[in-house]
Write a protein that binds this ligand. Structure first.
Ligand SMILES: CC(C)(COP(=O)(O)OP(=O)(O)OC[C@H]1O[C@@H](n2cnc3c(N)ncnc32)[C@H](O)[C@@H]1OP(=O)(O)O)[C@@H](O)C(=O)NCCC(=O)NCCS
Length: 159
């Protein structure tokens, strides 16, 4: 029988599992849309443990668990900026990302914002597009000296 997905807030003890998913999803899934250098710089972010600690302490950071294993995570910064969502490469298309997004959206509404924003990867564009996010602009952002193409997207939660 399929195990149910449980969502809970992240703790600092989750960092090893979170960073393993971050690295694996980027190197296996995002790699089809970004070049080797971009993937290397992006996935290297897994090793910045201090940054992950800050995110867990300061942001609304949730994990999805299946049978006590973390299979995905998402985090919201400054009340309405959706900063990241990653699902384990072996558990894509099982509804985990949608469940995480629904809970992030509820949190944005609880924070009294009508609009949420995100910088969305080329890989995740169809996922967000199918969930009523609109592209505000296609943009190039520099991270550690490497340029990434992504999309600034917004969703009005009252629509
Ligand atoms: C974007 C991402 C988070 C989506 O996660 P996910 O768990 O695969 O999302 P879901 O399963 O909820 O939805 C994905 C698709 O699977 C489909 N799906 C959901 N449950 C399904 C099921 N049981 N069987 C078959 N398909 C299913 C959905 O309809 C959806 O298709 P759609 O986008 O055409 O509507 C994931 O692809 C990911 O981690 N991508 C790489 C990281 C990334 O780029 N993150 C964003 C940048 S910060």
């Amino acid at each position: 029988m399929k195990h149910p997905i449980e969502i809970r807030q992240a703790t600092l003890d989750d960092i090893p599992e979170i960073t393993a998913i971050f690295r694996n999803t980027i190197t296996h899934i995002n790699a089809k849309d970004y070049n080797e250098k971009q993937i290397s710089v992006w996935s290297y972010g897994a090793d910045d443990i201090e940054e992950w600690k800050k995110r867990i302490k300061n942001y609304y950071f949730i994990v999805a668990e299946m049978n006590t294993n973390i299979v995905g995570f998402a985090y919201l910064k400054n009340g309405n900026y959706f900063d990241g969502i990653y699902v384990h490469k072996d558990h894509l298309r099982q509804g985990i990302g949608s469940k995480l997004l629904r809970i992030i959206e509820s949190q944005v509404m609880m924070n009294d914002y009508e609009v949420m924003k995100s910088d969305v990867s080329k890989t995740a564009l169809p996922f967000f597009d199918n969930r009523y996010f609109e592209v505000i602009k296609k943009q190039k952002k520099s991270f550690k000296g490497v340029v990434f193409e992504n999309y600034l997207m917004e969703k009005n939660l009252n629509d």
